[in-house]
Ligand binder design. Structure first.
Ligand SMILES: NC(=O)C1=CN([C@@H]2O[C@H](COP(=O)(O)OP(=O)(O)OC[C@H]3O[C@@H](n4cnc5c(N)ncnc54)[C@H](O)[C@@H]3O)[C@@H](O)[C@H]2O)[C@H](O)CC1
Ligand SMILES: [K+]
Length: 511
């Protein structure tokens, strides 16, 4: 699913109106109906109390006026408070006229801010995608008043004061919503950690926007939902054999960190690799063979760390990093791997690589190695690791710029891990993942992702970016399936490994 800028969203409204030969008021009615449908599913009339709808002067306020009318018709107690303005949009005026006397309306002024008792349900329809500058003056005072009242806020389309696709200055006034009910498509702002305190839980209602416009719209931002990964894991032919799905090599583990190697290996097996060989330090040989009997093991001559790179000829993909440590010997292995992978003998394409954890930290300390990255190398940093590869980001939007720029410059596939993990491609696309939960913020879940991506990159049937997008999505889905059984707090990385099979199977059967 594509994500659009605020400007494109306005064009989408217009395109929908023209394509479907409807009025803008009819589109607004759909938006209000969609909002009220969500609201009714969430709050019973008996327990909602008197609902306060705050309306701005534009179409967001128009949505609020229409929603107030529909809520009153659905037997909620509703009152409306209007921000004063010199001008109102035409559809605002239309919906102001349609509001009957059954809904009390007051005008807001600095001297008369609406009374809001604690826990009142407030519908924030002050400003939407038409926000042109940060809030100040009376709107900012109203936002502060709302925060002080300890109200339960539901935002229409987007919390007022928040830009849909760009940062606002620190400390500018933004409504803090418990829920945000948006229309058609999610907004980029919803996916960034810095906005979580404003957006709360977000929901998107279908209001029949032009699919043709959406299909033709150009945007670097994408949201990986079930439809985006459907069909990216081809069914296995009856005549396939273990060579069909590739032989993966994993370089992982050091003394005290063999668990990382075992988790990544388990995930690689569950991810469908035909064969897996692991290079582990000498001390990890027994641990690895006993824990992962399905895999082969090449113990390093050094007892504590990996110091020698095996011959790469038999392998279709290599993963390096989980539990590796940052010893000089391991740095030499990483350097050799990058050299051998770029020009692997007998190959037309460079070796698919997955670089994670300590291998990323080594890259950060020796940035000259970044120039050796073969095309389509997968890097899986969390924000701190990414910062070591680039520079500290001013905010989440700046971090996305750095991410996009890095992936384009190094022609690599970079997964910035977190809530809504973001995959940047060499072509400049950013794909935000929709699956996963906070239970996955636990030691080892990154090692699991590395192992899964290794399996999917070893499978020559998948295109590089498709493999990574699918892997990130399936990893999150496995975490969701696991959390269903264990709860979020009780979830451990091994639970994710156990759910990878069911998750991948669901992905291949999605719509
Ligand atoms: N996306 C859809 O499909 C639909 C969206 N709808 C709703 O319409 C709004 C966008 O409406 P628009 O009229 O373009 O803008 P706003 O209501 O957000 O605000 C415009 C209004 O506010 C003034 N203004 C802007 N910034 C400030 C500021 N910082 N301080 C004071 N005043 C400001 C501006 O001058 C205008 O007067 C969208 O979010 C949806 O809620 C449709 O209803 C249907 C479909
Ligand atoms: K709003």
């Amino acid at each position: 699913m594509i994500l659009l800028t605020a400007a494109q969203t306005r064009e989408l409204d217009q395109a929908t109106i023209e394509e479907q030969n409807i009025t803008s008021a009819e589109l607004m009615e759909r938006a209000a109906e969609s909002f009220v449908q969500w609201f009714r599913g969430r709050y019973a009339t008996a327990s909602a109390g008197e609902i306060l709808v705050l309306c701005g002067p534009g179409n967001n306020g128009g949505d609020g006026l229409a929603a107030a009318r529909l809520l009153q018709q659905a037997h909620y107690a509703v009152r409306v408070a209007l921000l004063p303005a010199e001008q109102h949009s035409a559809d605002w005026r239309h919906n102001r006229q349609r509001l009957t006397a059954a809904v009390p309306v007051t005008d807001i002024s600095a001297a008369h801010l609406p009374h809001i008792a604690p826990h009142t349900l407030v519908v924030d329809a002050l400003f939407g995608t038409g926000l042109s500058r940060p809030l100040e003056g009376l709107p900012a005072a109203l936002v502060a008043h709302l925060a002080a009242a300890d109200a339960r806020v539901v935002a229409v389309d987007i919390p007022s004061g928040l830009f849909a696709d760009a940062p606002q200055p620190a400390d500018s006034a933004v409504v803090r919503a418990e829920h945000t009910v948006s229309f058609g498509l999610p907004k980029l702002a919803f996916l960034l950690p810095q906005n979580a305190k404003f957006v709360g839980e977000w929901h998107v209602g279908d209001i029949g926007l032009s699919q043709q416009f959406i299909a033709n719209a150009a945007s670097p931002w994408h949201y990986t939902d079930a439809a985006a990964v459907a069909g990216s894991l081809p069914p296995r032919s009856r005549f396939s054999h273990k060579g069909t799905f590739g032989h993966a090599l994993l370089l992982a583990g050091s003394r005290g960190k063999m668990g990382a190697a075992v988790l990544a290996a388990g995930a690689c097996q569950r991810g469908g690799a035909g064969l897996l060989t692991a290079r582990v330090p000498g001390c990890g040989y027994d641990i690895f063979q006993i824990s992962v009997p399905e895999a082969m093991c090449l113990p390093d001559p050094q007892p504590d760390v990996i110091s020698e790179l095996p011959d790469l000829t038999p392998y279709q993909a290599v993963g390096i990093g989980p539990g590796l440590g940052q010893e000089a010997a391991s740095l030499a292995v990483l350097r050799q791997l990058l050299r051998d992978s770029a020009a692997a003998p007998g190959r037309s394409q460079p070796m698919p690589l997955i670089i994670d954890a300590d291998a990323l930290n080594l890259l950060g300390q020796h940035r000259e190695l970044l120039d050796l990255l073969p095309e389509n190398t997968v890097l899986t940093p969390h924000p701190k690791e990414f910062e070591r590869l680039t520079e500290p980001a001013r905010d989440d939007y700046h971090r996305l710029e750095l991410l996009r720029d890095f992936a384009q410059r190094h022609r690599s596939l970079v997964v910035l891990k977190g809530a809504y993990s973001c995959l940047a491609t060499p072509g400049g696309e950013l794909h935000f993942n929709s699956t996963g939960n906070p239970g996955m913020a636990t030691g080892g879940s990154g090692d699991v992702l590395t192992g899964l991506l290794l399996a999917l990159r070893a499978d020559a049937r998948l295109l590089p970016a498709d493999a990574v997008r699918l892997g990130v999505y399936a990893h999150g889905m496995a975490g969701d399936l696991a959390a269903h059984e264990t709860g979020e707090a009780g979830l451990i990385a091994g639970d994710i490994v156990r759910q990878l099979g069911p998750a991948l199977s669901r992905c291949s059967h999605l719509i």
